[in-house]
Design a binder for this molecule. Structure first.
Ligand SMILES: [Zn+2]
Length: 81
Protein backbone atom coordinates (compact mmCIF):
# COMPACT_ATOMS: atom_id res chain seq x y z
CA UNK A 1 0.00 0.00 0.00
CA UNK A 2 1.34 3.42 -1.00
CA UNK A 3 0.88 5.76 1.99
CA UNK A 4 2.13 8.81 0.07
CA UNK A 5 -0.66 8.71 -2.51
CA UNK A 6 -3.17 11.60 -2.54
CA UNK A 7 -6.65 10.81 -1.22
CA UNK A 8 -9.37 10.12 -3.79
CA UNK A 9 -11.07 13.26 -5.12
CA UNK A 10 -14.29 12.38 -3.28
CA UNK A 11 -12.48 12.69 0.08
CA UNK A 12 -10.75 16.01 -0.61
CA UNK A 13 -13.84 18.18 -0.12
CA UNK A 14 -15.32 20.79 -2.41
CA UNK A 15 -13.28 21.92 -5.38
CA UNK A 16 -13.50 25.04 -7.52
CA UNK A 17 -13.06 23.79 -11.05
CA UNK A 18 -12.55 25.86 -14.19
CA UNK A 19 -11.59 25.35 -17.84
CA UNK A 20 -8.31 26.39 -19.40
CA UNK A 21 -7.80 26.65 -23.15
CA UNK A 22 -4.93 24.43 -24.31
CA UNK A 23 -4.09 26.87 -27.14
CA UNK A 24 -4.14 30.37 -25.62
CA UNK A 25 -4.29 29.47 -21.86
CA UNK A 26 -7.42 31.60 -21.25
CA UNK A 27 -9.16 30.56 -18.01
CA UNK A 28 -12.97 30.20 -18.11
CA UNK A 29 -15.27 29.71 -15.15
CA UNK A 30 -18.53 28.97 -16.97
CA UNK A 31 -18.90 25.96 -19.27
CA UNK A 32 -17.94 26.61 -22.89
CA UNK A 33 -17.67 24.41 -25.96
CA UNK A 34 -15.13 26.72 -27.60
CA UNK A 35 -12.68 29.27 -26.22
CA UNK A 36 -14.20 32.77 -26.62
CA UNK A 37 -10.71 34.24 -27.09
CA UNK A 38 -9.22 32.04 -29.84
CA UNK A 39 -12.04 29.69 -30.84
CA UNK A 40 -10.04 26.63 -29.81
CA UNK A 41 -11.91 23.50 -28.81
CA UNK A 42 -9.38 21.94 -26.43
CA UNK A 43 -10.62 23.10 -23.02
CA UNK A 44 -9.21 21.21 -20.05
CA UNK A 45 -10.78 21.05 -16.61
CA UNK A 46 -8.51 22.19 -13.78
CA UNK A 47 -8.85 22.76 -10.04
CA UNK A 48 -8.28 26.24 -8.67
CA UNK A 49 -6.04 26.74 -5.62
CA UNK A 50 -8.76 29.06 -4.31
CA UNK A 51 -6.52 32.10 -3.79
CA UNK A 52 -7.30 35.50 -5.26
CA UNK A 53 -8.40 39.04 -4.47
CA UNK A 54 -11.71 40.85 -4.25
CA UNK A 55 -12.42 42.64 -7.53
CA UNK A 56 -15.77 44.21 -6.62
CA UNK A 57 -17.78 44.28 -3.43
CA UNK A 58 -21.27 45.54 -2.67
CA UNK A 59 -23.79 45.56 0.14
CA UNK A 60 -27.42 44.90 -0.73
CA UNK A 61 -29.95 46.44 1.64
CA UNK A 62 -33.64 45.81 1.12
CA UNK A 63 -36.10 47.45 3.48
CA UNK A 64 -37.44 44.90 5.97
CA UNK A 65 -34.69 42.32 5.30
CA UNK A 66 -31.21 41.79 6.69
CA UNK A 67 -28.45 43.34 4.57
CA UNK A 68 -26.44 40.99 2.39
CA UNK A 69 -23.00 41.33 0.91
CA UNK A 70 -21.76 40.03 -2.42
CA UNK A 71 -18.31 40.05 -3.98
CA UNK A 72 -16.68 39.23 -7.28
CA UNK A 73 -13.34 37.51 -6.65
CA UNK A 74 -10.56 37.37 -9.23
CA UNK A 75 -8.75 34.06 -8.77
CA UNK A 76 -5.00 33.80 -9.29
CA UNK A 77 -5.67 31.47 -12.25
CA UNK A 78 -7.23 34.39 -14.18
CA UNK A 79 -11.00 34.03 -13.93
CA UNK A 80 -13.66 35.73 -11.83
CA UNK A 81 -16.33 34.21 -9.61
ZN1 LIG B 1 -8.18 29.93 -26.43
Amino acid sequence: MDVTAAPPAALEGPQLRFLRCAWCTTALFRPHLLCPTCGGGRLRSQVSAGAGRIHTWLKIAIKGHAAREAAVVELDEGFRV
